[in-house]
Write a protein that binds this ligand. Structure first.
Ligand code: G4P
Length: 284
């Protein structure tokens, strides 16, 4: 679990680091959490990457509601954004990403071929907020390390390229950007999935938010997990009942921890916390 406390100084350093490396890549691979396709974006993403081509990866798709994921992919496609959903822990992910990268870069690759350039290595860097799965994806994609790729001079000192596939090279250091903080609902969503530190928000608030969300959108999941549940009761009363039923007596913290842990691990089933129609900012 990442424990970065973001201050303006860290943000500008993070932004600068990404921007320094942008000139060495053909496209950026932006990771978001498939359960939060909007809320897990960096709020300044568009400003930071400018018009660099972008491959949007909805990671942790194994934990997300597959119907919502399909809707989100269609939404991004309608905006002209190349997006795909993956589970970074899955073996087939490298192949899927390479195929999507080829599609994204098709025009540029065709131009290079016209000019007689046989070598068509695509270079990318992975960026995203903490805990979204950047290291996991990088490990999944990692092949042998190579110092530099083609004739492009060195990237930031100490960084190297990973050649995962003969056509794809990835900067071995991902760009870590800060999450959104601007509104409480976004923060609660991030907290419920474990994208931000637990100490940033009270666990009871996160639990009440989670119970209400599942009550509204996934009531069957609550009923399947907790016996004798009355969906008509308000979240605080429901929490009191469940804490009792589980034999935790008055130990509500124990219930909060259990509920949040189970939601994060997908034990209540797959779910998506961002819904189409809620998109408000200019990022996508
Ligand atoms: P980061 O570099 O962006 O900070 O994220 P990192 O790869 O460390 O991943 C954060 C957590 O998310 C890890 O879990 C990792 O296993 C999990 N994860 C990454 N990609 C996927 C995915 O596609 N599906 C699922 N289900 N999980 C994913 P952790 O709890 O920190 O560790 P562990 O559970 O692997 O022990």
């Amino acid at each position: 679990m990442a424990t970065i406390q973001w201050f303006p100084g860290h943000m500008s350093k993070a932004r600068r680091k990404v921007q320094e490396n942008l000139k060495f890549v053909d496209f950026v691979t932006v990771l978001v959490d498939a359960r939060l396709p909007l809320s897990s974006q960096n709020p300044m993403l568009t400003k930071i990457i400018g018009d660099k081509p972008k491959l949007l990866i909805l990671n942790k798709a194994d934990l997300a509601d597959s119907t919502s994921t399909k809707e989100w992919l269609a939404y991004f496609q309608s905006k002209g954004i190349h997006a795909l959903a993956v589970n970074s822990k899955d073996q087939s992910t490298a192949q899927k990403i390479t195929a999507a990268a080829k599609k994204l870069m098709a025009a540029k690759l065709a131009k290079q071929r016209e000019r007689g350039l046989e070598k068509t290595i695509m270079r990318t860097m992975i960026i995203g907020i903490p805990n979204v799965g950047k290291s996991t994806l990088m490990n999944r994609l990692a092949g042998k390390k190579v110092g530099t790729v083609g004739n492009k001079p060195g990237v930031t000192k100490g960084e190297q390229w990973l050649r995962t596939h003969k056509d794809l090279a990835i900067l071995d250091t991902p760009g870590i950007l800060w999450p959104k903080f601007e509104d409480r609902t976004t923060a609660l969503k991030l907290a419920l999935t474990g994208a931000i530190k637990d100490s940033l928000l009270p666990l009871d608030d996160v639990t009440v938010f989670g119970i209400n969300y599942f009550k509204t959108y996934y009531p069957d999941r609550l009923l399947a997990r907790f016996k004798n549940l009355d969906l008509e009761t308000e979240a605080p009363e429901m929490i009191m009942d469940l804490t009792q039923q589980l034999g935790f007596r008055e130990d509500y913290d124990r219930f909060y921890e259990l509920f949040i842990r189970e939601v994060r691990k997908g034990k209540l089933g797959t779910y998506t916390l961002d819904r189409i129609g809620e998109e408000v900012d200019g990022n996508y």
